[in-house]
Design a protein around this ligand. Structure first.
Ligand SMILES: Nc1ncnc2c1ncn2[C@@H]1O[C@H](COP(=O)(O)OP(=O)(O)OP(=O)(O)O)[C@@H](O)[C@H]1O
Ligand SMILES: [Mg+2]
Length: 190
């Protein structure tokens, strides 16, 4: 496994992955986490599904509840960043206005938004959890991509997962982290 950071003194930063259901957000943060773990980097993953199960299980999928869910995640990210932890967030986060609020809470200097791009058709084909099928059959209310819109980011860094292997997309995220020099300050590097 390629090692990116060893004994690095990291400055906290949030990498916020947004994209359609099944675009690859969870897969990418989990894979990157393995590398960061091996390198001894302090990181934390906030993943939509787990977050809703453990922290915000009182919330549903109305626009207001989606907003509350994401603002809570943003505030937790902010605390983690204060402790110099790299935060990898994987949330559909479909609305531009709410992502803007998230960015304001976390602070522009600590926030990098990354659009995980895959076409609706590809996401429907992947259908990891069977949710697309349910939504398309009319059994799921307000599912992003069917009954609720996904507003594409206009100015975000993009990682395309459509025609790439998982390791290639993860490698792109690694490069983004390495390239944003402000996000980490290694004490030494190999
Ligand atoms: N280049 C790629 N990067 C990431 N995932 C990929 C890629 N190519 C194929 N996949 C597959 O696409 C699926 C993505 O599912 P994943 O659960 O990560 O999506 P998600 O964006 O987290 O969805 P949700 O919003 O529903 O949680 C996985 O089965 C993964 O193996
Ligand atoms: Mg996911």
């Amino acid at each position: 496994m390629e090692i990116l950071f060893i004994g690095g003194k990291m400055k906290g930063h949030c990498y916020w992955l947004t994209g359609l259901p099944c675009s690859g957000k969870t897969t990418i943060v989990n894979e990157l986490g393995l590398t960061l773990n091996a390198a001894g980097v302090q990181y934390h993953i906030l993943d939509g599904d787990i977050f809703r199960r453990n922290i915000t299980n009182h919330l549903g999928f109305s626009n207001e509840d989606r907003r509350s869910n994401l603002l809570i995640a943003a505030n937790i990210s902010k605390i983690l960043i204060l402790h110099n932890i790299i935060v990898l967030c994987a949330f559909i986060s479909p609305f531009v206005s709410i992502r803007k609020e998230v960015k304001e809470i976390i602070g522009e200097e600590n926030y990098t938004e990354i659009y995980i791009e895959a076409s609706r058709e590809t996401c429907i084909k992947r259908d990891v959890k069977g949710m697309w099928k349910k939504a398309l059959n009319g059994d799921l209310h307000a599912f992003t991509g069917v009954g609720s819109v996904y507003e594409m980011p206009l100015n975000s860094i993009t990682i395309n997962t459509e025609k790439k292997k998982v390791f290639e997309s993860v490698s792109e995220l690694k490069k983004i982290i390495e390239g944003s020099g402000k996000s980490w300050v290694p004490t030494y590097q190999i």
